[in-house]
Design a protein around this ligand. Sequence first.
Ligand code: MEV
Length: 345
Amino acid sequence: MNRVKASAPGKVHLIGEHSVVYGEPAIIAAVGRRVTVEASRAQYNQVIDRAMDREEKFSVKEALGIADRLDRLWKEGDKKGDFSEMFKLFKENYLKAVVGKILQVLDTGGGVHLKVTSDLKPGAGMGSSAAFAVAAVRAISEVYGIELSLEKVNDIAYQLEKFAHGKPSGGDNAACCFGGLIWFKKGEPPVIKSLRDEVPYRLEGFVLVYTGKPEKTTGELVQHVKNLKADFRNSRVKILGDSTRDMLEVLEAKDMDEVAKLMNVAQKNLKELGVSTDRIDNISEKVRDIGGAAKLCGAGGGGIMLCWHRDSEKLIKTLKDMGEKPMEADLGVPGVRIENKTGSE
Ligand code: MEV
């Protein structure tokens, strides 16, 4: 194919963030906002990233060189227990690294032109880097006529997530790649199970609200929870774990009122764990007052909130009246896919 467009959804935690760190399950949902990558073959790489407003040109050799160095730094970082050198190189060479790793694994022998667009907010806990990685792998493999299973696409995207996060859980890339809902449990290896049999439908009527850039990093927020008194923390972690197991049951029964109740239970407990903010508390209170549900997503401290109400127009009006900018988005949407192909070999 001369030109291929692939897209992948972002993700949100429907429930189970933070408690997942203590071995409880989480449910991660592919969300109806996507990253799109248009690819064509080229000798010299060029990436036009409209999402981040940047453009770069670099040789295949340069890109492969960065990928090799990152592979080495990951191994050294793993031994030392400190990935900071790798993080620095990855941040400074993000586009080269993404393209380089994909060309390296696929052994394409040539380069690519990529155009990237996105309706995800970067840095908001929506998995924008994982979605980009997944869509780029799919687009580049297709343009080079290399057949890849979804598992393999996911595996390459996971290798890229390792450059970004050292030892990530793999939950984000799985949700972006496979779509739908993912049942996730930490471990060696982690449990990453698609819930397409249990929950074969899209969850409609959800609304996302961006509550600002978190002042603390995910690592700092996870540490904050670790520093709490064990009894206080563990009782909330247990409630969050039980609520996640209950969530699966009520999803199977398609009982949205119970889904909403469990979202509110999760928000209450996350607030008690100290990872909410005044703005998030205020929104969740107002949404609860009109009979809906609202919770923070991911690490918290800001970022994206997930809201639901049986009457989504009422929910949207309430949020707008508060000065927020609600974005409608279904959950459990399809994973990575080819959007179109033009030209022929
Ligand atoms: C971050 O998206 C979710 C947390 O549970 C951390 C993690 O799972 O690694 C807070």
